[in-house]
Design a protein around this ligand. Structure first.
Ligand SMILES: [Zn+2]
Ligand SMILES: [Zn+2]
Length: 347
């Protein structure tokens, strides 16, 4: 073969390779449930421009910025219990069950201050980030809403129902009108929630008080739950088992429920039906639900409310309404939750 031909062939190969690589990185495919949506690089650029997305917004969505609680007492290095009164749960001993106990007001003050510092430094609000990483691709939340509305994205990843596991024989129910919610914030770097979850959790738990007249007492646990040993790391199912294994020590009565908060999981949350354990994730593989909706949905499972699937009645147990942040229960779920909360009391 002549040198000239060789050169032409080489150039052709280089060109073809170049085109191939170009195509490879030009299109990003996002798969949400049964749907998939393609975004070209210029589509993404345009979206980021439209919604004034910064480099730091993208880094935050990818978990590449430092954690906003770093350097505070809530960063997971010390066992901290947070209670409404500032006193530890009954019978808990310092050094054995906890290192530090603080009140709710103090916790919110620490979180608010850390948030402010983070916003000043990075221009990103962990309480209201601009992006939702859908199937790993950071997309502006406003755009995600449009795609869900037009049914191009599913409103959530349907999670499988999970049978009862852990805790005493009967499902949770109020005793003397009280329910205790123990909320564990995962402490390992992979699973520590990077968005704010505390205020939303309180708001969701309060809804059970308002709707069902039960007295909910909740405690926060920072620096306890290490979810680092679950595999695959994004599995809600395995996280649920891990939570039940690691933190069963707080369940000593049928009015104790346990909620675990995680980061970047395969679902928004998961719970044992009529069980004592639920997990919630600040961001999910599919579209993200607001954090209060996740808590309300998962805790309802603990009182035996079933999933209605993607479409169904106007109810927190229907994915569509959970995504849009409806705070309501349908008549049937309301009756089910009520019956299960008070079941142990009636007899
Ligand atoms: Zn569900
Ligand atoms: Zn319902």
């Amino acid at each position: 073969m002549k040198a000239k031909n060789m050169l032409v062939i080489s150039i052709l190969i280089i060109l073809l390779l170049g085109i191939g690589i170009g195509i490879g990185i030009a299109n990003t495919e996002v798969n949400v449930g049964a749907n998939s949506q393609k975004f070209s690089k210029s589509d993404l650029k345009e979206l980021y421009c439209k919604y004034k997305v910064t480099e730091n917004d993208i880094k935050f969505a990818k978990g590449e910025l430092p954690h906003y609680l770093t350097g505070t007492i809530l960063d997971g290095n010390v066992r901290v219990i947070v209670s409404e009164t500032g006193a530890p749960p009954e019978g808990f001993k310092k050094g054995e069950h906890y290192d530090v106990v603080i009140g709710v007001d103090e916790m919110f003050a620490i979180i608010d201050e850390a948030c402010e510092r983070f916003i000043e430094k990075y221009g990103v609000d962990p309480g209201n980030p601009k992006l939702d990483a859908v199937d790993g691709v950071p997309l502006p939340k406003e755009e995600v809403k449009k795609l869900v509305k037009s049914r191009k994205f599913d409103s959530g990843d349907a999670e499988p129902s999970v049978g009862i596991l852990g805790g005493p024989l009967e499902g949770p129910h109020a005793i003397d009108g009280n329910l205790y919610a123990h909320v564990f914030i995962a402490k390992d770097t992979r699973h520590k929630p990077r968005e704010l979850v505390t205020g939303d959790t309180s708001a969701a738990l309060s809804r059970f008080e308002t709707q069902f007249g039960v007295n909910m007492v909740w405690y926060w646990y920072f620096g306890y739950w290490n979810a680092g040993d679950i595999s695959p790391a994004s599995s809600c199912m395995n996280a649920l088992g891990d939570l039940a294994e690691d933190e069963a020590w707080v369940v000593d009565a049928e009015n104790d429920i346990v909620i675990g908060w995680l980061h970047d999981m395969d679902h928004n949350g998961m719970a044992f039906l009529d069980g004592f354990y639920a997990v919630c994730s600040d961001t999910a593989r599919g579209v993200d639900w607001s954090h209060d909706s996740i808590v309300q949905h998962e805790v309802s499972h603990l009182f035996n409310a079933p999933d209605h699937g993607r479409a169904g009645p106007n109810c927190i147990m229907t994915e569509w309404y959970a995504y849009w942040g409806k705070e309501v229960w349908c008549a049937s779920c309301e009756a089910t939750v009520n019956e299960n909360i008070w079941g142990g009391e009636i007899d």
